[in-house]
Design a protein around this ligand. Structure first.
Ligand code: PRT
Ligand code: ZN
Length: 210
């Protein structure tokens, strides 16, 4: 049978839990060191270690059959992939946050305001649905410092503990989406026998954790 490929994050917030999940499924492989591909010795599978941003497209294009990535990244890249299983880790929310002292009280107050984010696609859809027209400023990182620098009136960023917002004098204002790590596959490969076998194993690991 054809060897499958699963793409997981190389390093970062999802790496450790992704590796742990696959190991708990009984898969034997070396964790990422310098090689981008690690073969599994006891299952026809290879692990690809990638930047999380690249995972949805690799899966959509069939370069990887499967991937583990945050729902936020999938939605932002607007790929067409199959959602196979929510994995219960990497939980966070994408929120609009505003400075503690400000005059933004309702969503409508965001009209004409500048919002800095690394999630312009998701934010754009949210604002459109709410009938709000803001100036979306796409930046590549350190979003939380932009209101303090006078670069924006609000931000839209991922929040888990809320500590980052707090230490930058910001408070959560509106929930845009909630997210967690998800197992995805290329469209049409969901019914592959090996993929089904892996899903079964993952589901029993998740059930054992409940
Ligand atoms: O290098 P690579 O591109 O692969 O990684 P990355 O730096 O883009 O992503 P990484 O590792 O930071 O996050 C990977 C995924 O983890 C995200 O896409 C989310 O699905 C998920 N996740 C869960 C989070 C958080 N929680 C989170 N808190 N991703 C980022 N954050 C950041 C947030 O952007 C903010 O800067 O943490 C800060 C807020 O955290 P709190 O705890 O202070 O609220
Ligand atoms: Zn990334």
């Amino acid at each position: 049978m054809k060897t499958l490929k699963i793409a997981i994050q190389k390093s970062g917030r999802l790496n450790e839990k992704s590796v742990e999940l696959l190991k708990n499924c009984g898969l034997n492989f070396e964790n990422y060191k310098s090689s981008l591909i690690s073969p599994v010795s006891n299952f026809p599978l290879e692990i690809l270690f990638l930047r999380d941003d690249d995972i949805p497209e690799y899966v959509q294009d069939g370069i990887a059959d499967l991937g583990i990535v945050g729902e936020n990244v999938i939605e932002e890249t607007e790929v067409d992939v199959a959602y196979l299983q929510r994995l219960g880790f990497g939980k966070c929310s994408l929120k609009i946050a505003v400075p503690n002292n400000n005059d933004i009280a309702t969503l409508a107050d965001l009209n004409g305001k500048a919002i800095a984010t690394t999630y312009p696609v998701i934010l754009g859809k949210f604002l459109k649905k709410e009938g709000i027209t803001s100036d979306i400023r796409t930046i590549s990182g350190s979003v939380e410092i932009s209101p303090g620098l006078g670069l924006s009136d609000a931000i839209c960023d991922l929040v888990s503990t809320g500590g980052t917002l707090k230490s930058n004098g910001l408070k959560p204002f509106a929930d845009v989406m909630s997210s967690e790590a998800i197992l995805i596959s290329s469209k049409g490969s969901e019914n592959n026998d090996l993929i089904q076998e892996l899903i079964q194993r993952i589901q029993s690991v998740l059930r054992a954790k409940e």
